[in-house]
Design a protein around this ligand. Sequence first.
Ligand SMILES: [Zn+2]
Ligand SMILES: [Zn+2]
Length: 105
Amino acid sequence: MSGSDLHDPIVDVDTLSTQCPHCGAQDDDSFEALDNETVVTLRCDACRMPFHRLVFECSHCTEENVITWPGRPTAEQVAAARCSVCDTRFGCDDDDGRLEDQLLE
Ligand SMILES: [Zn+2]
Ligand SMILES: [Zn+2]
């Protein structure tokens, strides 16, 4: 047996699917690492409407999350972004957990 089928060329960790919050169109979009943890303004290829996107890596489970808003998000909306896997809040760093542990002692 050749074993060549084990290598899947489609896998690309730098490509995430972004869903337009206006029309629901999905776009497989390569993004620069610079986009990480920054709200960027994009325009949907399908409906031509601008929207805002935040890409962040969960500080707890390292899941890459893509959050989109139809309008510019407030600081509160950005702070309310959560990991789709473990529900850890965006921007929640390990220091918070340690602080709570200390308070419990
Ligand atoms: Zn759209
Ligand atoms: Zn997570």
